[in-house]
Design a protein around this ligand. Structure first.
Ligand code: ASP
Length: 352
């Protein structure tokens, strides 16, 4: 494909029929889920592992900020298509990472287009705690990380990422895939370009997953959130998604609640997604109603396009109610607290 053609390709996911194929892992759906606090909630089934890193902190009455950072670091250490240095690269074969972290009192930090640093979420926290800024990007973010003791890694692609990138180069097609984690079979029967999609499981049997995002409410009633991602696989070099944009991929306010998103970041940025969700909770909506409203705005803008992409929002209110809503079926989230110390996975409701 010529570069020009690539640039005019819309940012769409797989067709709806495929989305249906992927959906319905038979997870419980709950409206108005009110849970015991402290609690940690992460996107996707793999959120269980992220929560496992966060829960011991919350259980010992630790800070929600420490808990979400631990969740992010655990995700960044795991091999996956979509988080950390082992993730899939941009179209030029370089892994560029985005991350953000926020506390419910408005403290926040983020990094975008960060290369060769293993723990972007911790760099984001450093930005928050030691600089007058909110967002550092690219070379500057990397230099800041190195100056603060984060090792500069070698920048080689993981064998899996190398293999998939080479496969992608054969067609150079760009189609974000909905619900990378929750596909019911691999390869799907009629995937419409799915040869470009990440595998549901790696060769060693471990699960692949999407962007990881976590929110926590600690025993002092304080909230925090984080998002960490390599963004859309095979994106244009320089592309930054919603994850490091405060109020798009993540927003936290102790007076109302916290929200995170996963999916096509451009759609989330356009509606200031998670800020919208938190403001809806402030006005009295439940987390699920608030997430539904954000999804409705995405769909309303371009209903035909919305049928072919995925965005999921996940939220927690200051009272400890949890809710989610997605454009397509198949968006899941993991909840860990004293009631479910090993975590429990729920499936979000969806527009389509
Ligand atoms: N939201 C992320 C982005 O647009 C991608 C994802 O959630 O998978 O970069």
């Amino acid at each position: 494909m010529k570069r020009r053609q690539f640039l005019t390709l819309p940012l769409i996911g797989v067709p709806l029929y495929f989305a249906r194929e992927l959906s319905g892992q038979g997870r419980e759906q709950r409206s108005n889920l009110k849970v015991k606090t402290p609690v940690v909630v992460s996107t996707w089934d793999s959120g269980i592992k992220a929560n496992n890193a966060a829960w011991p902190i919350l259980e010992k009455k630790g800070r929600s900020l420490d808990a979400v950072e631990a969740a992010g670091r655990a995700s960044e250490d795991e091999p996956s298509c979509c988080v950390g240095l082992q993730a899939w690269p941009d179209r030029d074969g370089r892994v560029t990472l985005d991350a953000s972290i926020m506390e419910g009192d408005g403290g926040c930090g983020s990094v975008s287009f960060l290369e060769r640093i293993r723990h972007p979420v911790s760099v984001a926290r450093k930005v928050m705690e030691t600089t007058p800024h909110v967002l550092l990007s690219g070379e500057g973010a990397q230099a800041f990380a190195v100056a603060n003791g984060f090792p500069l890694e070698d920048g080689r692609l993981s064998p899996d990422a190398e293999k998939e990138w080479r496969k992608w180069l054969e067609k150079s097609n760009y189609k974000p895939i909905v619900n990378i984690e929750n596909r019911s079979s691999w390869p799907p029967a009629d995937a419409g370009g799915s040869e470009l999609a990440p595998p549901y499981r790696f060769d060693d049997g471990s699960f692949n997953h999407d962007t990881m995002a976590t929110v926590a409410l600690d025993s002092c009633g304080k909230m925090a959130g984080m998002v960490t991602t390599s963004g859309m696989a095979f994106k244009m070099r320089g592309r930054v998604g919603d994850s490091p944009i405060i109020g798009a991929g993540m927003f936290v306010d102790n007076e109302a609640g916290a929200a995170v998103s996963s999916g096509v970041g451009e759609e989330v940025i356009r509606i200031c997604g998670t800020h919208t969700v938190v403001e809806q909770m402030r006005m009295g909506r439940t987390p699920e109603q608030a997430c539904r409203e954000a999804v409705r705005r995405i769909v309303k803008r371009d209903p035909a396009k919305a049928r072919e992409l995925q965005v999921g929002f996940l939220a927690i209110s200051k009272k400890g109610e949890i809710g989610a809503f997605a454009v397509q079926k198949g968006f899941t989230y993991s909840v860990t607290n004293a009631e479910w110390p090993k975590g429990k996975v729920f499936e979000s409701k969806s527009y389509f």
